[in-house]
Design a protein around this ligand. Structure first.
Ligand SMILES: Cc1cc2nc3c(=O)[nH]c(=O)nc-3n(C[C@H](O)[C@H](O)[C@H](O)COP(=O)(O)OP(=O)(O)OC[C@H]3O[C@@H](n4cnc5c(N)ncnc54)[C@H](O)[C@@H]3O)c2cc1C
Length: 318
């Protein structure tokens, strides 16, 4: 299934951009690869380590994601489990300040719940051995209930080095926060990237923002550790206001951003004494992730156009 991003945005989105977003799936993979390079560390664990080292040198933490949501067999899911083992080893060996992010579909959620449960437990236990932490990404709404169920099962099995993601565009999120309250969950809060129907998801940009702020308030009230994952200037300043209102120290929350997106806003947060974690994906299955990032890049038309011109005329316009 092609998962498309939310198209609403605060400003006027150029018609050309919208048109290009719709045609992205037919853009040749080689072009998608080239223009999405900034969002992905590379194909190998060594590439991720190199990028994380650079981020750490700038005072930024990282979370490494092994790209693999396109898997279709148990064997491939096991391959992803092994890839995470390699990542933990590399993090330890190279003394990197990084945890990991995991998509449950990459561990087999769409193949069998029990298989996925076994795989995620293996990854979380391996992380625990080296004092590391696993963030379970949130995917489209067909996965939400099972993802939260698996999170609860891991916590009930005594595993505390695991956190989950909640999406502000989902109408259910405030209810989910209340239901998760007994676990005082470690949560990454983001807007949400998949296209969801109005029945279950806010469609308007401002509604999503409002629910983000409300969800953040609820989580902080619970005493949850929150990763405030956004590049939206309004939400960053609301996040800063709320953590200050709660009197939190800089160890009690963090901001999170995606590799290749708004690095200067990240630098400012670091300069002002806040913690920032950058999401660093790597792997051979880069296509679905790249499409999502390109589809929400407000300047996508320009990138595609200049790449097309470069290919037509052989110029290097960068
Ligand atoms: C660390 C992290 C982890 C995430 N994990 C998940 C997850 O598990 N599940 C999920 O559904 N979503 C996840 N997301 C994606 C998130 O839901 C949003 O789709 C994404 O962050 C864009 O929303 P925004 O809050 O930055 O606001 P927006 O209003 O979309 O963006 C604000 C500004 O950021 C810049 N920007 C945003 N995206 C791009 C881009 N791709 N290229 C260039 N500029 C850009 C633009 O200047 C834009 O105006 C994650 C995001 C982050 C930062």
């Amino acid at each position: 299934m092609l998962r498309q991003p939310l198209l609403e945005s605060p400003g006027p989105v150029a018609l050309l951009d919208r048109a290009i977003v719709r045609t992205l799936p037919v853009v040749p993979r080689s072009v998608v690869r080239k223009i999405s390079d900034r969002y992905i560390a590379g194909t190998e664990v060594a590439d991720a380590c190199r990028v994380v080292k650079g981020l750490n040198a700038q005072g930024k933490m990282a979370t490494i994601d092994v790209l693999g949501e396109e898997i279709s067999s148990r064997r491939e899911a096991l391959g992803i489990v092994r890839a995470y083992h390699d990542v933990f080893e590399a993090i330890e060996r190279e003394h990197l300040d990084s945890n990991v992010s995991v998509k449950l579909t990459a561990l087999g959620l769409n193949l069998a719940y029990e298989l996925c449960r076994k795989n995620i437990e293996t990854v979380v236990r391996h992380a625990a051995e080296s004092g590391n932490f696993v963030r379970i990404d949130m995917e489209d709404s067909s996965c939400t209930t099972e993802t939260l169920q698996l999170y609860r099962e891991l916590r009930e099995a005594g595993l505390d080095n695991v956190g989950v993601v909640l999406q502000a565009y989902l109408r259910r999120t405030i209810r989910d926060i209340r239901e998760l309250a007994p676990y005082r969950p470690n949560v990454r809060l983001c807007k949400g990237i998949y296209v969801e129907p109005p029945l279950i998801a806010f469609q308007e940009f401002e509604e999503v923002r409002q629910n983000f702020v409300r969800s953040l308030q609820e989580l902080l009230r619970l005493g949850s550790y929150v990763g405030i994952a956004t590049h939206d200037k309004f939400l960053i300043s609301e996040g800063l206001r709320l953590v200050q209102e709660q009197g939190l120290t800089s160890e009690q929350y963090e901001f999170q951003m995606l590799l290749g997106v708004s690095p200067h806003a990240g630098d400012r947060l670091i300069r002002d004494g806040h913690r920032l974690r950058v999401y660093v994906p790597f792997g051979r299955q880069w296509y679905a992730y790249s499409l999502r990032r390109l589809q929400e890049n407000p300047k996508i038309a320009g990138y595609i156009a200049s790449d097309t011109l470069n290919r037509l005329f052989g110029a290097d316009g960068t």
